[in-house]
Design a protein around this ligand. Structure first.
Ligand code: BF8
Length: 619
């Protein structure tokens, strides 16, 4: 552990029993560092939510260029949940009130962040008992920095209590706000066909890659790229038009809503430039490598920064302002088109895969029962019967400490064989998509028999793409709806479900992990542990690892563990799912009970003698 919180250090503690100059113990340093990371992650997601709230406010007051409220139904649903009247009021009036309410949550000093009431009742009660309901989003992040200053909080359990509070501002605060408003402004996702991988770049078009996280500019670039004036401008430059693609979560935002292809996930950002085919890479915030500018200098690619919060030395800066969003988007596209003539040799890999994305929780509800009787009942029933053994959320980043996508895909494929339904977001979803696991037919022969039956009956892929990383809030909503539907206990910690981030690397991932634990989930991270130590061991360096596992499980029913070996990750996931099934009194998973459906049933039918076929058909 290394503490560099003050100028007396840095203090490097390399063995048990050592202390920093101020006397800080290894567990205090572990806890401080983890809390600071969680605060940074929560700040990143929540600041994204804040910007969305300001955009909603501006749209409601007619102060933006190009935006409209696309999903009035979601606006009304959210407004009602938040206690905002909707009767005889225009969408703009409702949106204005919702924006004001959401903006106020960031600077709120006392009380509870309003969106936390969307958790299951029992969970909210638990949070209140332990006094961890966040008071205001910014307040908890500021307090995290205060507590970790030299000479402040020096009790690892107490520091971790604030880690829970800070992480909750993200998952049940800033991230829910970001997702709500993105859906209201740009539309709630529903299944849509798309493509993924570097093969989506085109040799005869101007390639513009949008990269980062916020959907405000990228969605306007989608609109601008289809504008006849821009297409004509591209044609005048010798191209067929503008080919828009995405990287990271910006890719997910425009993939799940408009089917815009994703060029790849986090570790594809440099590779996209190496094709020589990218005229402009347009970045906003988060997960943008500083290396891009250096790499781009060997090609013709123009890196364009657009956020007032992020500049990169050597990049062009075109600052985005929602009040003139469409003009900015067109200006960026013209810059890319002007750069087309500078293109040199191009090497675009042929790799690409089809996918279906866009499984919002609203759509999941609909797909399971239709408009007439939409509900989570069929999903709960499938878990209760054992057709689906459990649910795993396989999410998070790429990390060059392992081969790109390897850990994601190993874990995903192994769990599918075991009848575990997978939901994914972020770079994890793009990894599975590259493998072809996000289409209705591809990959079904590789999934367990019960899960296959469910996928065939509903017509869904075995891996459901729920959106970007802030959309992990959708997973919280899905889990809450599963609890409310009944049959799987009365709180999230009783559901046979596990969260995994096999290739995590960002501080946002740590914030996500901890709000999932606070919500009752078992969370497994791959790669390396930022706190070191191991649960169950006795050295002072193991105290924190033990506490965030067994300690948190005693309080919240969820726990966080770092397991580098993918085989062990899968084993731990299945053991947890089976433990939860047994605690609920559900039948043990038995794959031999299911699977008489789809192609398998047809094959058996074709091989039957005619007399048996008659019996099979007519009884
Ligand atoms: O927010 S999964 S590498 S892109 S941090 Fe970044 Fe990680 Fe990708 Fe999306 Ni999430």
């Amino acid at each position: 552990m290394c503490c560099k919180a003050c100028g007396m250090g840095p203090c490097r503690l390399v063995k048990s029993g050592q202390r920093g100059v101020c006397g800080a113990t290894i567990d205090t340093i572990q806890a401080r560092n983890l809390l600071r990371s969680i605060a940074a992650g929560a700040a990143a997601h929540s600041d994204h939510g804040r910007d969305m709230a300001f955009t909603l406010k501006a749209v409601a007051n007619g102060q933006t260029e190009g935006y409209v409220i696309r999903d009035v139904a979601k606006l009304c649903t959210v407004a009602l949940k938040m206690g905002i009247p909707i009767e005889k009021r225009s969408p703009n009036e409702i949106a204005n009130d919702l924006a004001d309410l959401y903006i106020s949550q960031f600077g709120q000093q006392r009380g509870e962040v309003v969106t936390t009431v969307r958790a299951p009742e029992k969970r909210i009660k638990l949070w209140r008992e332990h006094k961890v309901v966040p008071r205001g989003i910014d307040r908890e992040v500021v307090e995290a920095l205060h507590r970790t200053h030299i000479g402040d909080d020096q009790d690892y359990e107490h520091l971790m209590e604030h880690a829970i509070r800070t992480a909750l501002t993200d998952g049940w605060g800033g991230s829910i706000i970001a997702t709500d408003i993105s859906d209201i402004l740009f539309g709630t996702p529903a299944p849509i066909l798309g493509q993924v991988n570097l093969g989506v770049l085109k040799t005869d078009m101007v390639n513009v890659v949008v990269h980062g996280h916020e959907p405000t500019l990228s969605q306007m670039i989608v609109v601008a790229s289809q504008d006849p004036e821009i297409i004509a401008y591209a044609q005048a430059a010798g191209a067929k038009g503008v080919n828009l693609t995405g990287i990271c979560c910006t890719a997910n935002e425009i993939l799940v809503r408009y089917g815009i292809p994703a060029a790849g996930n986090f570790l594809h950002q440099e590779l996209a430039i190496l094709t020589g085919a990218v005229e402009a890479m347009v970045v906003d915030v988060q997960c943008i490598m500083q290396a891009l500018v250096e790499i781009a200098s060997h090609f013709h690619t123009q890196i364009i920064t657009t956020s007032s919060k992020v500049k990169i030395r050597g990049a062009m800066h075109v600052e985005f302002d929602e009040h003139k969003a469409l003009s900015t988007a067109k200006q960026i596209l013209r810059t890319a088109i002007d750069n087309y003539k500078n293109r040199g040799a191009v090497h675009i890999p042929e790799s690409k895969a089809d996918l279906v994305a866009g499984f919002s929780h609203e759509y999941l509800n609909y797909m399971l029962g239709g408009t007439y009787r939409g509900s989570f009942r069929p999903l709960n029933d499938a878990i209760m019967s054992g057709r689906i053994r459990g649910v795993a959320a396989v999410v998070g980043c790429n990390n060059p400490r392992s081969k790109q996508d390897y850990l994601h895909n190993y874990v995903t494929q192994e769990l599918l064989k075991q009848d575990v339904l997978i939901v994914e977001t972020g770079c994890g979803a793009i990894a599975a998509a590259k493998l072809g696991l996000l289409t209705g037919d591809a990959g079904l022969e590789k999934v367990g028999p019960g899960l296959r039956e469910v996928c065939e009956a509903i017509g869904i892929p075995p891996v459901l793409h729920l959106g970007s990383c802030v959309d992990n809030s959708r997973i919280l909503t899905v889990l809450t709806q599963m609890v409310e539907e009944g049959g799987l206990g009365d709180d999230i910690d009783q559901i046979p479900a596990v969260g995994l981030a096999p290739e995590w690397m960002s501080e946002k991932a740590l914030a996500i992990a901890v709000y999932c634990v606070a919500s009752g989930a078992y969370v497994i991270f791959g790669g390396s542990s930022p706190v070191g130590g191991q649960p169950g061991k006795v050295a002072d360096s193991d105290l924190l690892a033990h506490y965030i596992s067994e300690g948190w499980e005693k309080i919240y029913g969820g726990k966080l563990e770092f397991i580098p070996d993918p085989v062990e990750m899968v084993q731990a996931t299945l053991a947890h799912i089976d433990k939860k099934r047994s605690a609920l009194g559900l039948p043990a998973w038995d794959p031999s009970r299911f699977g008489r459906s789809g192609d398998r049933l047809m094959l058996e039918f074709e091989e039957m003698p005619v007399s048996e076929k008659r019996v099979a058909i007519y009884g």
